[in-house]
Ligand binder design. Structure first.
Ligand SMILES: Nc1ncnc2c1ncn2[C@@H]1O[C@H](COP(=O)(O)OP(=O)(O)O)[C@@H](O)[C@H]1O
Ligand SMILES: CC(C)(COP(=O)(O)O)[C@@H](O)C(=O)NCCC(=O)O
Length: 485
């Protein structure tokens, strides 16, 4: 499947690539050899202790400028970078983490995309300003971007190596704070959420010398979702029968909504406003269940392999369909067609077969449908409890996978008789880490609201085939504002 391969989890090789690009080590120099050893080290070796300040706050607060904030790349790209073309302040909060049961999600800010073009741009700016003193910070920051990266939680040391190689724990590669003569800071912090912020706090202290400043997971999920839904165009979309349509949301009509985060487990949160929410339900049958059971049943080596298998599967060999029970007929009186799954995995009990007699492809598909459908259905029931019409689904279980989204959408539509709508987010798995990033200054989104990214646009106006349907968008981004950090 093309899409899945486009978005690999960072592997050690990627980290080495980053090192080559950013740290420019000279292997012939002894001190650089040592640095390289540090970067390549495994869990037994520590990153060198810090000598700089990762989060430094000054009197005049640097600002994150969201005007013209936009997703970079085409509409199919996964975890796309968010461009901040008008960023002029050098924000110091460069990194936030969400350390979950399965995956670690990083959001970090950088000022540059590609070094060569950026160097030219900086040179021009310096020349314009008549600056030639070689000070790294003497030119204004022109543009920035938010990057999204993930690691498997059990590979936490690779994640720490990545942070170290990019100096993200010390304000980024261009920061003063990692220069050799920068003053040491014992109080360096990184905002972090998720259970791993507690579990791995000592490891971060030990290897990077930073303290994880813990933010509540639900607070962060909600803050991240609100940020994306308010500030980023082409973030939310529907997915039905293979058709993806972007939705532009009128901010005045955003609340209330149900946020369903499908991570290892599932949280369902009724969101009423900025910081106003209630976790109304959850289920332990989630992403961890699909990956865990799927791995046991199919012997797959990776989550993406399991997902790929499902694409070649036929669930009718395992699932008991209404037609299997009703002699090939629909049970139309209660609205069930012959092809509806009556009982997931139900055929496996009625046949004299062992696990080996089933195709892993079919098992994977059956499992995926069972879990996705179940989550869609529980979500709808919770939306019904509170009279909510819109359900946004996040979390990395979704993985931008068409079949998963179609199944969830189908369940919501079927049970709500078309009253409720399932929507998905392009930064699906990064809600928590974005929320943690925003939490460097809690009032950031209020500021965003005051300036209003208002787009008078009805819910559901779709964006298909490169054309906007409905009233013109106008210049949404011109109305975007700054979040203070
Ligand atoms: N590369 C991967 N490795 C493991 N799980 C993955 C991967 N990609 C997607 N997933 C799915 O994402 C789920 C974790 O989603 P996530 O939102 O990161 O939750 P958590 O915060 O619990 O780690 C896993 O349970 C699995 O279903
Ligand atoms: C405990 C959790 C909030 C942790 O979040 P996760 O790492 O799964 O993203 C989540 O797994 C969850 O909501 N589980 C469902 C528990 C329940 O309500 O039954």
């Amino acid at each position: 499947m093309a899409g899945l391969r486009d978005d690999p989890i960072l592997e050690t090789n990627d980290i080495k690539e980053e090192k080559r690009e950013e740290v420019s080590l000279d292997k012939n120099k002894p001190q650089d050899k040592e640095k390289e050893r540090d970067i390549n080290n495994n869990s037994n070796n520590m990153a060198p202790p810090p000598t700089g300040n990762s989060i430094h706050r000054s009197g005049s607060r640097p600002q994150l400028d969201l005007s013209k904030a936009a997703i970079q790349g085409n509409s199919e790209e996964r975890d796309p970078t968010i461009l901040l073309p008008n960023q002029s302040d050098d924000i110091s909060s460069h990194l936030a983490l969400d350390i979950g049961g399965s995956l670690i999600k990083l959001v970090y800010f950088s000022r540059h995309e590609d070094r060569s073009s950026d160097d030219k741009r900086k040179k021009n700016v310096k020349e314009r300003l008549g600056i030639s003193n070689g000070n790294r910070r003497s030119y204004p920051v022109l543009g920035g971007r938010l990057h999204f990266v993930k690691f498997e939680t059990h590979k936490i040391n690779e994640c720490i190596d990545f942070i170290y190689s990019k100096r993200l724990h010390r304000g980024g590669i261009d920061s003063h704070s990692w220069l050799p003569d920068a003053p040491a800071n014992e109080n360096a912090i990184i905002k972090a959420t998720g259970g791993g912020a507690y579990k791995f706090a000592d490891l971060f202290k030990q290897r990077l010398g930073v303290t994880l400043d813990k933010e509540d997971e639900m607070d962060c999920l909600v803050a991240g979702a609100n940020f994306l839904l308010k500030a980023i165009r082409h973030e939310a979309f529907t997915h039905m029968e293979g058709q993806k349509e972007f939705v532009q949301i009128d901010q005045n009509e955003l609340f209330p909504y149900l946020l369903v985060n499908i991570g290892s487990g599932v949280s369902m949160i009724k969101v009423d406003g900025e910081g106003k929410f209630q976790r109304v339900s959850g289920t332990n049958v989630g992403g961890g269940t699909y990956w865990g059971l799927g791995r046991l049943l199919t012997k797959c080596k990776s989550f993406d392999e399991l997902l790929e298998l499902s694409q070649r599967g036929d669930n009718r060999t395992i699932d008991m369909l209404v037609g299997d029970i009703y002699g090939g007929m629909d049970y139309s009186k209660i609205g069930l067609s012959a092809s509806t799954i009556a009982s997931s995995f139900g055929k496996a009990i009625s046949e004299n077969k062992e696990l080996e007699d089933y195709r892993p492809e079919d098992i994977s598909l059956s499992l995926l449908r069972m879990i996705s459908y179940n989550i869609g259905q529980i979500s709808y029931l919770n939306a019904l409890r509170f009279g909510l019409k819109r359900i946004f689904f996040g979390g990395f279980f979704i993985r931008g996978h068409a079949y998963t989204m179609d199944t969830i959408s189908f369940a919501v539509q079927f049970w709500s008789k078309g009253e409720a709508q399932a929507m998905f987010l392009r930064h699906e798995g990064f809600l928590g880490s974005l929320g943690a990033f925003m939490s460097y200054e809690k009032h950031g989104l209020d500021d965003l609201m005051v300036h209003q990214l208002v787009e008078r646009f009805p819910m559901g106006a779709p964006y298909t085939g490169g054309k906007i349907h409905g009233p013109p968008l106008g210049d949404l981004n011109e109305k975007a504002s700054k979040i203070v950090f």
